[in-house]
Structure formats: C-alpha cells, structure tokens
Design a protein around this ligand. Sequence first.
Ligand code: IFM
Length: 581
Amino acid sequence: MIRLRDANPEAVELGQCFNSEITAGDPCASIQSEIELEAGEEKEFVIFMFLVDKPSLHTNERLKKGSKSYLKAVETIGKLRDIEYVHKKFEELKKYWDNYLQTLQVQTPDEKLNLFINVWNRYQIAVTFDMSRNAGYYHGGLLFGTGIRDQMQDIFGELIANPEKVRDRIIEVCGYQFKDGSMLHNFFRISKSGEKTGHSDTPLWLPFGIITYLKETADFRLLDEKVEFYDGGSGTVLRHLIKAVDFSLSNLGKHGLLKFGRGDWNDTLDYVGLKGKGETVWGSEFLAYVLKEMVELFNYLGFKKLLRKYLDAYLKIANNINRFCWDGKWYIRGFKDDGKPFGSSRNKEGKIFANPQSWAVISGVADEERAKICLASVEKYLDTPKGPKILHPPFTKVDPSIGLATRCVPGKKENGAIFNHVASWVFLAELIAGDAERAYKIYHATLPLNNAIDADIYKMEPYVYSEYVTSPDHQTFGEASHSWLTGSSDWFFKSVVEYMIGVRPTYAGLLVDPCVPSVWKNFKITRLFRGVKYEIEFLNPDGVNKGVKEIWVNGRRHSDHILPLFKKGSVCDVKVIMGKI
Ligand code: IFM
C-alpha cells in the first residue's frame, strides 16, 4: 500500500520505509539502514549514488559482468570503500566549486543578493548549462532534448569560470545549423539528431551566444573555426553567424516584422503563425537586438560593409515596430495569421504581454518616452507582490488562433503566471531605463529566498529559481513550479552584475556603469576578466542611483569608463566614486 502524507511522513514516524513506488505527485527517494551506536560513539558512513549505462533494451541486462562499465564500477566502488579516499575526493570537489565561484564575488549591503550572486545563481546556471531542459523531474527529455534557445542563454555564469567549455558548446551548436541559416530547435548529443520545429527565434540564439562569448573573451579566432552544417558542407563560425541573421531577415511578414512560425520564445503561442503569416513583436525586437550587436561587432572588427548592411536592417525593423506595433500605452504582442493584432487594448483577454515591453527597451527600439510609458503599463497591469506577470488578463477561453497559452489554467504557466524568465527581463529593462528602485523591488519580489518563507504555499527550493509562480489569477497564488528549469537565474545574475553593479564586458574591456538602490553606499565586486582579477570598490556617498564621478585604477585617475586591460595573471585595483554629474 502506498502511504502518502505531506507532513509527518509515516516512514519517519515509524522508523521504517515501505519500499513503495509512486508514479504521480511529488516522489522522493529514501534509503534506510540501521546503525547502532554505543553512548558517545561516532560512526561515519557514506552513501553514493551512481549513474550507470542504461540497461540494454533487448536483454534488460544492467551491468554485464566483465563489461567495461562493470569493471569501472568495481574499480570505483573499491576505491570508495576507503574513507580517506572519500574525504580526499570530497575536498577536491569543494575546491573545484570554491575556485569556480571565486571567479566572481560581490559584497553589497544586501546579504540575500550576495548569496544568490556568489553561490546559488552560478550553481543553477552550471546545472542548467549541462542538463539544459533535458530529461528531469518535469520533462521527459526524449521530447525536449537540449534546447538550443535555452543552451545559448545558460552561459552567463559558466562563461566566467569556463570559457573553453562555452566555446566548445557554441561550436557544437553551430553543427545543428542548416546551410540556409535555419536550425534544429533541440538536439540529442548521442544520436546527433533533433527536431526542426520552425520557432522563429531559434536561429537567432546562436548569434546571441557567439556575441556573448566574444565580448567576454575577445577570442576572435572563434570566428575562423570551420564547422560543418547539419545538411552538409562547412563554413566558418563567422559564416554561421551571418547565415543565422540573414535567414531571419529573409523571413519577414507583411509589416516587415519577423514571422511567428511555430512560436517564439513563448512556445505556447504556437498557433499564431501556423499558416505562415502571423508576425511576432517580441521576436522582431530580439532580431533588432541581435542586429544592433552585429553592428557593434563589425564596427569593432572594421568590417564596414557588413556594419552598414546590419545597421540598415536594424533601423528598418525598429521603425516597423514603432510604426505598426505601438498600441498607445504599450507594444502589442504580434499579428495573427488573419492579420489581427493580439496583446492589444482592443482584445478582451491577453491585452498586454510583458515581453514586448521589456525587449522594446533592451533592444533599444523604444525611445525614452515610449520606454517610460510601456514600463509604466507593465507596472500598472502586470505587477503582483511576487513580481510581474507574463500577460494580463489571462485567457479564460481556448483561442485556436493563439494556441496552447489559452489552454493553460488562468494564472499558471504561460497564461498569466509570474514567469520568472519574463520577470528577469522586466528587471533588466528597468535597469537599462535607469529606475534602480523599481528594479530592486522586482528583484526582491521574485527572489525565491523571500517567497519560500511561506514554504507550504511556495513548495519549492528556496535557493534556485523556478520557472514560474502562480499569480493572483489562480487560487494557489504564490505556488512555484518547475524549479531549476528556467533561464531566470542566468538573466537575474547577468542583470545584477552587468547592469546593477554595472560591470559589463565590451570588446574593448570592462565597462563601469552602475545603477543601484540609493541605500547602497559602498559595495564591491571581484571579477576575473580575460585572465585579470579586477577588484572594484564603489563608493556612493551621496546615495545616487546612477552617475560615475571618478574612477581610480591602481591608484591613478582613469578618465574612461572602460577599464584598461592588463597582462594575464595580474590584479587590478579599481575605485569608483559615484555621485551627481
Ligand atoms: O522559452 C521557453 C523555454 O525555452 C522552455 N520553457 C518555456 C519557455 C517559455 O515558453
């Protein structure tokens, strides 16, 4: 019999496990062993968990005696019987993580933020980078594989400690691009297969990943690496980069916006562009963002013709978005196959979506006035005490011209939940727009450590972000779901480090541009960048949100906001004085 109890689990009360199996709900594994202790006696024991090869489908054999895996397992278990060896291995593991985390450390007046930036964000990013949205507690894995979109976002923290690993991953992902610049949406490493779903944003995440890598490392040799296309032939990474963007530019609709395809970042808007006509506003802003980055890259490399080509494309897309998609107080979410807008004040449900507002700012498409207005609309219609919702009001009727989002329960998932990935972009947009206080409020509203205080409601780990938290539109308001499987840890991490503390990589070096809550009078960041350890201290005597008055590098006044580059292995001491300018 299965004994299910949320509180006071019977096994703990009775001191006995029941060897039960659970096929639904929230399963957990337990191991039982009996240990007798004399008074004052200590015993040490270690429990190991192993991954072994999948049993052969035909023979159902697990570890065949004498097989390579069998011998390896016997050897490993043999070593692990020696407790000293276990201690040594454990110390090595701790050292690995210490070294990893030491590559970036912050010290701010906010202990919770410090804990997340210094430890837990990085750990969650490292895990999602390796596991991506593969098989796990929530997803079957066979269906999802490694998502290229997710993979190229799960790199921010990893890049600082392990740039080579990210480089290899970028090259691997290039191998899933077709000669025409389109991409598999996901891939399975072992079989090298995947699905080509036709999501409009997928091809663009490759340039996003490449550019992020180049800004951190300045390893431009990457662009010369040759990689095979998925359907034969090969080209340099630079070619792959250009093909991805050109493919998207050849895929524009009636309003000169990116076609929606089978969805964009939001997988559940899967029917909007099914007939090949619908257009995505968020996707177009993302394309604009990538184009702007291309312009910056080619400007730095001195590739004038390419620079002009992509600048021209950027200006056209930005103009189309502002001309056709401004709804008066916010940007619409897109045009459906029938040409009708959605995510508009003209709709009854799903009137406003967060993504087109945050990315209008992140991509630079919105001017200052529109940025202010659309972010104010986010605050007015989407804010909850636990962060901004993905859309409002949620759909209550299935709408086959929009898709799966309208089939989700109102207030959950992509139908009006507080989707943390979306919230992290609102946070970033507020920082870019210069509103540090509002950004800080969003940061704490979404922080798992704060929300998990009501553990019986929140129900998830307090130290990692979950994909979403139910909004007030559902009776379980505050309940988290899909923990670990989210890009929000990466984006909150990136946004705090690069836009709040404001130390961000550019091709020429680290740029200093803080945007902090006024109560932060003194804070520090230590960061490894291109082999140099930068120790940067900020003094904010007047309690401003923004503004850098002076920068001192190794005791000398430095007139630029970009820090100088030094020899690998050196330490650079920086003092930044903030104040009104
Ligand atoms: O963007 C996706 C992500 O790739 C997988 N989880 C859901 C998100 C929103 O649809």
